[in-house]
Ligand binder design. Sequence first.
Ligand code: 3VV
Length: 252
Amino acid sequence: MWRNCVRLARGLGCGAFLRPDPKVSRCGVVRGLSPAAPCSPLWNSVTWLSQARELKDYALPNSSWSQGMMDLYSRFLEMCKDGTWKRIPSYSNSVDHLPESLKLTSEKERKETRLFPRNMDTEGVGFEYAMFLNTSEKRMVCLFQPGPYLEGPPGFAHGGSTATIIDSTIGGCAIFVAGKVMTANLSINYRNPIPLGSVVLVDSRVDQVEGRKVFLSCQVRSIDGQTLHAEATALFIRVDSTKSLQQQMSSQ
Ligand SMILES: CCCCCCCC/C=C\CCCCCCCC(=O)SCCNC(=O)CCNC(=O)[C@H](O)C(C)(C)COP(=O)(O)OP(=O)(O)OC[C@H]1O[C@@H](n2cnc3c(N)ncnc32)[C@H](O)[C@@H]1OP(=O)(O)O
C-alpha cells in the first residue's frame, strides 16, 4: 500500500501544486541570490538566504509525497497567501537556519553535522515533513509522512521518530516565539500507532511563557482529525537572547 502511495504520487507529480519560481529548482535548491520560500514575505525579506552556496530546502514537495500530503500542503500554501501562515523552509544543517549575523564564529565554518530529521538523502524513506507557522496563534503545524526507515512495530512508526517530529515541531514553535531554547522536558502519550506512509498533522502551540520557561502542547492527528495518535506537553528553557527569532530576523 505504501509503495502504491509512492507510485501514485510519482505518477501525479508535484508540479501542479507549486507556483514555480524559476530560480528555485524542483528539489528546492536555492540558486544564486534567490530566496527559497515562495509564499512567505518574512523569509523572502531576509538576507541570510542570499548566499552563493546552494541550500536545498527539504520542506518542498518531492515524488515520495503521497496525494494526502500534497493536498494538505497545497491547503496550507493557500492559507499562506494572506500572511496568516508562513511556510518554514528546512535545511540539512541547523546552522543554515540562522542569519549570518547570529552565527557564532565557530558556526560560520562548515561542520559535518546534520539536523537529525534531515539525515537521510533518499526521498521518502525517513522523515518527510513541512512546517507552517501561525505567529498570531503562536502555533506551528507540521505535515508529517513517516517513511519505511522509521519503522518500530511492523508497519508503524517508531515511537522515537514520533518524539523527534514532535520535539522538532514544538521546538520550532518555541524558537520562533521565544528565541533560542532547549528542550528541558517532553512528555508524550501515545494513543494510536501511526501507519508508515500515512500523513499526520503535528499541531503545536505555546501555551505560556514564564520568564525563561516556555510551556507548549501538541497533538498528532490523522488528516481527517478522527484519530488522535499522540499528545504531548513540553517545557523549553530560553538559553540566551531575549528576542524571538522572528524579531531578530525582521530587524536584519
Ligand atoms: C535548531 C534549529 C534552529 C532553526 C530554527 C528555525 C527553523 C525552525 C524549524 C525547526 C527547528 C527544529 C527545532 C529542533 C528543536 C530540538 C530541541 C532539542 O532537541 S534540544 C536538545 C535536548 N535538550 C537538551 O539537551 C537540554 C539539556 N539540558 C540543559 O541544557 C539545561 O538543563 C537547560 C538549558 C534545559 C536548563 O539549564 P539552565 O542551567 O539554563 O537552567 P536551570 O536553572 O537548570 O532551569 C531554569 C528553570 O527551569 C526549570 N527546569 C529546568 N529543567 C527542568 C525540567 N526538566 N523540568 C521542570 N523544570 C525544569 C528549573 O527548575 C528552573 O526553574 P526556576 O527558575 O528555578 O523556577
